[in-house]
Design a protein around this ligand. Sequence first.
Ligand SMILES: NC(=O)c1ccc[n+]([C@@H]2O[C@H](COP(=O)([O-])OP(=O)(O)OC[C@H]3O[C@@H](n4cnc5c(N)ncnc54)[C@H](OP(=O)(O)O)[C@@H]3O)[C@@H](O)[C@H]2O)c1
Length: 268
Amino acid sequence: MKENNDRGTVLVTGATSGIGYALSRRFAADGFSLVMVARDARRLEEISEEFRRNYSVETHWIVKDLAAPEAAQEIFDESRSNKIHVDILVNNAGFNEHGSFVETDHRQELRMIQVHIAALTSLTKLFLPAMVQRKQGGILNVGSTGSFAPVPLDAVYCASKAYILSFTEALADELRGSGVKVTALCPGATETQFASRANMEGTRIFQGRLMDAETVAEAGYRALLRGNTRIVPGFANKATIASLRFLPRDMVARIGRWMMSQKPGYSA
Ligand SMILES: NC(=O)c1ccc[n+]([C@@H]2O[C@H](COP(=O)([O-])OP(=O)(O)OC[C@H]3O[C@@H](n4cnc5c(N)ncnc54)[C@H](OP(=O)(O)O)[C@@H]3O)[C@@H](O)[C@H]2O)c1
């Protein structure tokens, strides 16, 4: 996969829409070959064609539900059998199950934990050793501003995103000097399919100002290449996260609850 291309190969999970699509396009525009993972085969084929045509890069796609426990190993095996060396791993796939914990769908929450925590950890476990051996590579894990706070009405989602930030920060320290860069991209509310898929378009946070996926992807892309451990895109998001440090955790949770609750007067 690297023959026609000296930038290397990037594997992106959740490449079919939103931030993952924007990241894939950013890497392709810079000459990286792509391996794109998601469940929507038709869309994967479509964007593979698009990137090949527009950026003359090699593309490969793997249809996989990351909520399946064996998904990470199967992705790794398929990459290996196609002789693909992954230079950069982007763990982006994710979704939300919004609402009061006593009412949310627990099967969805378990799937979320599998995608956000187990699959992300296993993909890192499988692809990282070769990067360390080659003394170069990168891992970009997509967290959230919710990684920094307990958020009622989004309790499992934000707890799973806190894992991503903590895991990334610890790994970045372990890998210092190894040649492998590890970055957590922690976006705030962003205009993608995320909110509609989770039926949370009417929440105060998604009725506020949204960033666009391209700006978020650009911030993540640059932070990874620079070797920053974490990046919160956008001035307002940075300011919000900085201010959390000075507030008691209970107050942070109350603010989080307000943000996640329905905006009065909203109708779909
Ligand atoms: N949008 C926001 O406001 C926001 C804020 C902070 C963080 N984030 C994070 O950003 C990441 C990308 O989300 P987005 O906003 O770009 O949402 P999106 O437009 O809904 O895209 C989500 C992507 O993840 C893939 N995906 C979801 N479940 C999957 C599964 N079980 N197996 C494989 N792929 C799966 C989807 O592909 P298929 O449906 O084709 O499988 C899609 O490509 C997520 O980790 C999300 O938590 C988003």
